[in-house]
Design a protein around this ligand. Structure first.
Ligand SMILES: [Fe+2]
Length: 262
């Protein structure tokens, strides 16, 4: 999807993750900042770990912000039986995903799957002199985990297949917000609103891109205990509900060693 040229502040965020309270909070934040839906962009995974899959999709659609497909949307649209993250068999992430994906799959109806199937893979636009491209995980693989410690060569390889002249990549998927210069471009990750950033804080993250192009990673306050209680009520009590209250992920399987606590 090509948006042409955008002006004014942009709000970018990833991973609502079926967390209705966080989704309502980021929408309220956009309203407070006076940023209209057509300048709010979600990097995908509207549905995942938390307990309100259907209501979160409805909230996002009612808001009318721009959304690209995450691996969760791709998988649900295709009636697949797993989240498509490619977790190694038997890892904690693999075992936990069986629980939350099945719950999400049961909540999502036909019209929601049709909406997911119609989401763009990438969004491109120009803003503050930057040629921007929004992707979910990697450019080659929608479910590729890319981190602040990922070697520049790998990020440059991803950049090489994005539209020619891209100077700013805006990604999601991995759950950790960061900004990194990789030579001809900036690689931004807006983080996710639906799960903390594995740093002991319950607030989640979203990004603001100011009119002058400056990228700011912001904390999102929302009633995380309510979201955790919803998860418990629907039986999603395998570990991620605790993360909403502690700010730590239930597993470090997916993280590179440098980002682990131990
Ligand atoms: Fe994802």
């Amino acid at each position: 999807m090509d948006l042409g040229s955008l002006e004014g502040p942009l709000l970018v965020f990833g991973g609502p993750y079926s967390n209705l309270q966080a989704t309502q909070a980021v929408r309220a934040q956009a309203d407070r900042l006076g940023i209209p839906p057509e300048r709010c962009i979600c990097t995908g995974d509207v549905v995942a770990y938390c307990g309100d899959a259907a209501a979160t999709v409805a909230e996002i659609r009612d808001w009318g912000c721009l959304v690209i497909a995450g691996n969760c949307e791709k998988q649900l649209a295709a009636h697949a039986l797993d989240c498509g993250c490619g977790f190694d068999e038997g890892t904690t992430c693999d075992l936990l995903s069986a629980g939350w994906y099945a719950h999400a799959n049961a909540q999502v109806d036909g019209p929601m799957r049709d909406w997911m199937a119609g989401l763009p893979d990438w969004i491109v636009f120009e803003h503050a002199g930057q040629k921007c491209c929004v992707i979910h995980g990697g450019a080659r693989d929608i479910a590729r985990f890319l981190w602040p410690v990922t070697p520049d060569e790998l990020l440059l390889d991803e950049l090489s297949i994005l539209p020619k002249g891209t100077t700013r990549v805006i990604a999601g998927h991995s759950g950790i917000a960061f900004q990194k210069s990789i030579g001809p471009a900036d690689w931004l990750n807006a983080g996710v609103i639906g799960m903390p950033a594995h740093d002991g804080r319950t607030q989640t993250r979203f990004g603001l891109i100011h009119p002058d192009g400056r990228f700011e990673i912001c904390l999102l306050d929302y009633p995380s205990d309510q979201a955790a209680m919803t998860m418990e009520r629907v039986g999603l009590s395998q570990g991620y509900h605790t993360s909403l209250r502690t700010g730590w992920w239930p597993s470090e399987d997916v993280l590179p060693e440098e980002l682990r606590r131990v």
